[in-house]
Design a protein around this ligand. Structure first.
Ligand code: FA5
Length: 357
């Protein structure tokens, strides 16, 4: 690069400056070097800027002619700079085009489509099985009142059964100072909400998300889905409950499945049961089976005949109407159906897992 001259400028020195600067510029092939060139000739302390500054040392006549030449030189160098930058950019473009040549005969890249989450799929499958049996589908709020989640289900304040549902309370106090808003711990609050708004006969399933203040492990999440079922009408018996759930198990798990009911306790049903299916992995043998843990049976839901107090709570005539309810965990059903060994895979957002469905 040329050092700025300390001599007063002449027509010859300006001409020389243009020649040497232009020759230098022609040899540059990358933009960084070109920028350094710009700084050394046209920058604040560059050779040409110094020439322009030193014009004041010339007499008036010389200043006019040399000044015009220096301005011309500035314009010339700026034009050449612009042209060189353009040439370098074009050369880079040509090089990259020649390296990544486009083969228009190659097949197109497939567009990446999303898919349904395995929980969504299994929830739909469960609902479809009940819709085929004449049930409707309704949904309800995930942020719920104590009133529906517990009180209307025959679980008053202070009832020990509240401990069965580790509850996440919402930080809210009603005007009386009570903390009674929560994240629903099950879909059962929809039993009362549906019955309050309809007259029997009722046949609905309620899919939806639930939340519990629980430590997670291979079969427990703190947020998970449930599908609730509710049927109310005249003359509904436990045989209807068994028949409906048997048909459901057959549709979900195949013709040959056996089902088992055992007594269980839920304050909002009487009698209450848990329902199991015989293990499809070992065909009910049990021995050495890691799916059913040697028992031959897999528990899939809680169920029972709706407790008369729940029916009374929504103003139904318990002499006239009876009904059954059930509640199952779709993730657990998907785990059984697809051999998934840990419920935490469902919500870890790992595409390697999700893409399998
Ligand atoms: C209930 O929540 C009752 N509301 C079910 C019911 C409805 C009984 C109507 C009678 C009549 P339970 O807590 O057992 O019951 O949960 C029901 C199902 O939800 C379980 O069988 C399981 O599949 C699923 N579940 C419960 N807790 C979890 C959890 N932490 N993670 C994943 N799934 C869960």
């Amino acid at each position: 690069m040329t050092e700025p001259s300390t001599q007063p400028p002449t027509a010859q020195s300006i001409d020389d400056l243009i020649s040497s600067a232009s020759a230098e510029l022609e040899n540059l092939s990358d933009l960084e070097a070109v920028d350094q060139w710009r700084v050394s000739y046209l920058g604040r302390r560059g050779a040409l800027t110094t020439v322009l500054r030193s014009l004041s040392s010339l007499d008036v006549e010389e200043r006019r002619t040399i000044g015009a030449l220096a301005n011309q030189a500035k314009n010339t160098l700026e034009e050449r700079l612009e042209l060189r930058v353009q040439q370098i950019n074009e050369a880079a473009l040509d090089l990259s085009a020649s390296q990544d040549r486009l083969d228009v005969t190659l097949p197109g890249r497939p567009a990446l489509g999303g898919g349904l989450h395995p929980t969504t799929k299994i929830v739909r499958e469960i609902c479809d099985a009940f819709v085929a049996m004449g049930f409707g589908v309704v949904e309800g709020p995930e942020v719920e009142w104590d009133h529906y989640n517990f009180e209307m289900l025959n679980i008053p304040k202070g009832h020990p059964a509240r401990d069965m549902w580790n509850t996440l309370w919402v930080d809210y106090q009603d005007p009386s100072g009570e903390n009674n808003m929560l994240l629903r711990t099950h879909t059962s609050p929809m039993q009362a909400r549906v019955m309050e708004n309809r007259e029997p006969p009722i046949r609905v399933v309620v899919p939806g998300k639930c939340y519990r203040y629980e430590a997670t492990d291979a079969t427990h999440e703190w947020h998970f889905y449930q599908v609730e079922g509710l049927a109310v009408g005249e003359g509904i018996t436990f045989a209807d409950l068994k028949g409906t759930l048997y048909e459901f198990a057959r549709r979900m798990f195949g013709e040959d499945r056996k089902i088992r009911f055992r007594c269980d306790y839920f304050p909002f049903v009487e009698p209450g049961v848990d329902m199991s299916i015989d293990c499809f992995a070992c065909d009910g043998d049990g021995e050495g089976c890691r799916i059913c843990r040697d028992s031959g049976w897999i528990e899939i839901m809680g169920a029972g005949m709706i407790h008369p107090r729940v029916l009374e709570g929504v103003g139904y005539d318990t002499e006239k109407y009876t009904g059954f309810a059930f509640g199952m965990g779709p993730e657990r059903i998907a785990m059984l159906k697809y051999g998934i060994d840990d419920i935490r895979h469902f919500y870890a957002n790992d595409l390697r897992f999700l893409r399998q469905f």
